[in-house]
Design a protein around this ligand. Structure first.
Ligand SMILES: [Zn+2]
Ligand SMILES: [Zn+2]
Length: 837
């Protein structure tokens, strides 16, 4: 057995093992192994953002614990890592850095800039993942911007098109005027903003009367197509069917009836514009109203806006309000707080535009999504309702096309002559229709030889929502179904509606099967003030700072132990510090044990003269194994880490080690056999702790294992040592009760010494233990070696049970309560006061 250095140098140890594990190939998934059961993790490919933040740390720690645990359980673990490159934010970032808009430069140039930025960002994030010690098989690394990944995205589109899931349609979609692209419901955030409610008079045609309309968006007046009232509203129903003048553009529209109008809301009269909001979309469809498109794709008023054409939305609002006031049609204005939809990438107010887009028929799958979500295991269970509620809440199909540059192209052309749609063949992909013609001579319909490429590209979620199949080797490996569905899909609570949902609909449509068997949800990381961590709130902590200061093992303890899985977890420095202190404690006790085991030869077969406290701690270690195994199986990492820390710190270090020191130091008094029994117990219990802890704090446990255990246990790494199997036969309730009494007695004497301000090594001249019954007497006798050893007791007297209750001495209590099995053990100690401080 080698020696552990005195001081624990985390950065050196962590760097060393991260490198060695890589060299050993510990994380390598063996594609050809047919013996071990595979276990697949659907690692989310993150957007390269240049920052691996504390939320990512939380996320990756969760599934790295699962990966390491499953490896120890003998699974062939597939832990891949990809990068979801085509996020909108990369385009925005490049536009900012180069001070251009995406259409100002050739697409090739723009793409190159995006790729360069992505590589820079990936390098930073990969470094953080490595420093966190994630057991990723880097031979699986992929980027969704690579042609080989395009191939998969495009192939999945071709298959779904042929199955009837993909269609083109001119429908209203969410539109970001800054990013100039359609966006999905899932990409719309909602923000509270101060707005102004304008009360505007709409004159009735050929009448001196008017109706009052309250609106926060007067700039949409030129796109007004109807005015609505509730037919049951006696104030207004007489106007139904009449014509009303739209101010500033001087057109007339009809007053129409609709029961959906709430007479008590606003003025009870509603202006319908195309499109002020989603409600307008519903009304237009319901009443078959015409559509006046008012906005250009970059958010300006178009020719339908008359004199306001060319203005931005806010300029138009100002001009129209001024004109209304000048015409005497603005009755009043009021301030109000309103919730508005904004682009989740750039925070621009989202508009609704009717444009031709590609859609996936996702709403047709809602029932199947619900059924499948109920069959999947969720950690925690109640999270499944988030997916189901989201699927049910969707008004529109998923708009999968985007008007962007840096994304996977849609592999489609149109005939220049007759407009026939030409879909790429499976063998053609990857392909960019803007650079290549379809591989056919002429249009199959009209024979024309000219083609127009589809200029739209895919939503980035079209790339990332096939990961479960891609990780398994689809479409290239014939045996990909062996690794599909994924065993676990980890997801943040905030991306259930995107990641978990899109994965589900894509795979259900493609393969008729759930993409994942279980879903592991992590909450958000909050600042130490309990609010969402954010740079603007000044409660932000960057992960390199944490990893640099405390290392991976301490940080991972924070992530695992910070709270229940799925709940939001605050980042607190003291939690990481506590993790660090625990590691130092574990290091110190290991170094101590290491020293005391110099003459110990580990043996699997030898018989040991186990003492009550040896049996006590061995039984408790067995129960710990059961609790930790159950907790990790159920993804309750906080319970696992708490159980191990409590056991190590209190049961092992404070109680057991303290109680048996004397046996190890002075075998001449206790006998060699009892010393070896303590050595054996320490050796095995520490090994147990190291294994249970290794998925959570892999580096330190590996270092201790390699120094103290590798020679005798024989595994090349603790990471591939078998997980300890809980064995009920090794639980000894009686031994635990007996040990509890001995440990408590030792602890009570220690407490009394502290109360008397005596050093803990003060000898006890005489210790009298009064026992109420025969069993208690026997227990104290059997533990007398450790009791006298722990407290340097010179003279121990055990006073046997009497007829009448003994009234003297101090009661032996545990955590302030009597030990129920031993109702009347009392003690009185005479200390060697000469040593008083
Ligand atoms: Zn935007
Ligand atoms: Zn044609």
């Amino acid at each position: 057995m080698q020696s552990l250095p005195k001081k624990y140098n985390f950065s050196e140890i962590e760097r060393k093992w991260q490198q060695k594990w890589e060299e050993m190939g510990i994380y390598h998934f063996d594609w050809n192994d047919t013996k071990r059961v595979p276990f697949t993790i659907d690692t989310p490919p993150p957007y390269p953002s240049g920052e691996f933040h504390m939320g990512n740390i939380l996320n990756w720690t969760y599934f790295d614990i699962v990966a390491r645990y499953k490896r120890m359980r003998g699974y062939n673990v597939l832990f891949p890592q990809g990068w979801d490159c085509h996020g909108l934010s990369i385009e925005i970032q490049v536009e900012k850095e180069h001070k251009i808009r995406k259409r100002d430069v050739p697409p090739d140039q723009f793409r190159k800039w995006c790729e360069q930025l992505i590589e820079k960002y990936i390098a930073i994030m990969k470094d953080a993942i490595l420093k966190l010690g994630c057991s990723i098989d880097w031979t699986t690394e992929y980027r969704t911007m690579d042609p080989d990944y395009w191939r998969r995205t495009q192939l999945s589109f071709i298959l779904l098109y042929k199955k009837g899931y993909m269609y083109q349609g001119t429908h209203p979609v969410n539109w970001c005027p800054r990013c100039e692209t359609a966006i999905a419901d899932a990409e719309v955030d909602y923000e509270e903003k101060a707005g102004t409610l304008h009360y505007i008079r709409f004159p009735l045609e050929n009448s001196s009367e008017h109706l009052l309309i309250a609106t926060t968006r007067p700039e949409f007046i030129p796109a007004c197509v109807a005015v609505e009232v509730n037919p049951a509203d006696e104030r207004f129903n007489k106007y139904v069917g009449k014509k009303i003048v739209v101010p500033v553009v001087n057109r007339t529209v009809k007053v129409i009836p609709d029961e959906a109008v709430d007479p008590s809301f606003g003025t009870g009269v509603v202006m319908i514009c195309t499109y002020g909001d989603k409600e307008d979309v519903k009304t237009v469809i319901k009443h078959k109203l015409p559509v006046i498109r008012l906005l250009t794709e970059n958010g300006r008023i178009n020719e339908n806006g008359g004199k306001y054409a060319g203005l931005t939305i806010s300029q138009a609002r100002k001009a129209i309000v001024e004109d209304l006031a000048a015409a005497g049609l603005l009755e009043k204005t009021e301030k109000l707080e309103q919730e508005i939809g904004v682009c989740d990438r750039c925070k621009t107010h989202v508009e609704i535009l009717e444009v031709k887009q590609w859609f996936m028929k996702t709403r047709a799958l809602t029932e199947q999504v619900e059924k499948t979500a109920n069959e999947v295991l969720w950690y925690p269970d109640f999270m499944k309702t988030r997916l189901i509620d989201w699927a049910r809440s969707l008004d529109w199909d998923w708009v999968i096309s985007r008007q962007r540059v840096f994304a996977t192209p849609i592999p489609v052309w149109y005939c220049k002559n007759c407009g026939e749609l030409i879909l790429a063949e499976k063998e053609w992909v990857p392909i960019d229709p803007k650079l290549e013609n379809p591989r056919i001579d002429k249009c199959p319909k009209c024979g024309s030889r000219g083609f127009i490429p589809e200029r739209d590209v895919f939503d980035t979620w079209m790339d990332s929502s096939i990961t479960c199949a891609v990780h398994a080797g689809w479409p290239d490996r014939r045996d990909w179904r062996r690794l599909f569905p994924a065993d676990v899909h980890p997801s943040g609570i905030d991306i259930i509606r995107t990641w978990a949902y899109y994965l589900m609909v894509r795979h259900l449509a493609l393969f008729g099967e759930t993409p994942y068997k279980s879903c592991l949800i992590n909450g958000m990381v909050l600042g130490s003030d309990g609010r969402k961590m954010s740079k603007s709130l000044k409660n932000y902590v960057a992960s390199p700072e944490v990893l640099g200061k405390y290392g991976s093992d301490a940080t991972r303890q924070w992530a695992a132990g910070g709270g229940a899985t799925g709940s939001d977890i605050p980042f607190r420095w003291p939690d990481v510090e506590y993790g660090r202190r625990f590691l130092v404690k574990l290091w110190n006790v290991s170094a101590f044990v290491n020293k005391l085991l110099k003459d110990y030869a580990p043996s699997e077969t030898a018989e040991f003269a186990l003492q009550p406290l040896d049996k006590w701690v061995l039984s408790k270690a067995e129960k710990l194994t059961q609790k930790v195994t159950e907790a990790i199986e159920n993804c309750q990492f906080n319970i696992a880490v708490e159980e191990i820390r409590n056991f190590t710190w209190h049961t092992l270090c404070d109680c057991y080690v303290e109680a048996v020191k004397d046996r190890l130091y002075r075998p001449e008094t206790h006998g060699e056999a009892k010393k070896v029994a303590a050595q054996h117990t320490l050796y095995e219990v520490l090994y147990r702790v190291l294994r249970l802890l290794s998925p959570i704090t892999p580096h330190l446990t590996e270092e201790i294992y390699q120094t103290m255990y590798a020679d005798s246990k024989g595994f090349k790494s603790l990471q591939v040592a078998p997980w300890p199997e809980f064995n009920e036969a090794f639980v000894d309730e009686e031994a635990e009760q007996r040990g509890d009494l001995i440990i408590t007695l030792i602890g009570e004497i220690r407490r009394e010494k502290a109360e008397k301000h005596l050093p803990l090594n003060t000898p006890v001249k005489k210790l009298t233990v009064f026992v109420a019954d025969k069993i208690t007497e026997e227990v104290v006798k059997s533990g007398s070696g450790d009791i006298t050893g722990a407290h340097k007791v010179i003279n121990l007297e055990i006073v046997p049970p009497r007829e009448r209750e003994y009234t003297g001495g101090k009661k032996v209590l545990q955590h302030g309560r009597e030990i129920p099995q031993f109702p009347d053990a009392r003690f009185a100690a005479e200390y060697d006061e000469g040593m008083k401080k």
